[in-house]
Design a binder for this molecule. Structure first.
Ligand SMILES: [Zn+2]
Length: 135
């Protein structure tokens, strides 16, 4: 059976995935760059968006065995790509992380985004929610 992309083979592979999901999420008119870097935070990736320019940059954290293990769900590069792209659609408001209330809002937004990303992957590949269990 066709399965989601677990890891990108190279940059070209990541851009193919990006292009497909940009189309699916009506983001084809955005200019989006992808990079693989060492991010000092415990997250798989992060995105910087410039809504006025319709541009964004997705930084994937370099995948180490520790990084792969620290994921709360099974590591899936395609799901992470979808998650980051959904942030473009959902996060119109920029949160000021110095305030506790806004931190909470950002977290809530992130959780919604994560479940939507998983749902889209499930639908594309006809997967059960259990597929995401970190085994
Ligand atoms: Zn997020």
């Amino acid at each position: 059976m066709n399965e989601p992309i677990i890891e990108f083979k190279d940059e070209k592979h990541a851009y193919e995935c990006l292009e497909e999901w940009q189309r699916r999420l009506y983001l084809s008119d955005w200019i989006i760059r992808v990079s693989f870097e060492k991010i000092d935070k415990d997250r798989a990736a992060e995105i910087y968006t410039e809504h006025s320019q319709k541009s964004a940059k997705i930084r994937f954290n370099i995948l180490t065995p520790e990084r792969k293990e620290s994921e709360p769900v099974r590591y899936c590069a395609e799901k992470i790509m979808v998650h980051e792209l959904l942030h473009i659609l959902f996060d119109i408001v920029r949160y000021d992380q110095s305030s506790l209330a806004e931190n909470e809002l950002e977290l809530a937004q992130h959780i919604k985004t994560e479940f939507m990303a998983r749902s889209l992957i499930m639908v594309k590949y006809d997967l059960d929610p259990d597929w995401f269990k970190n085994i």
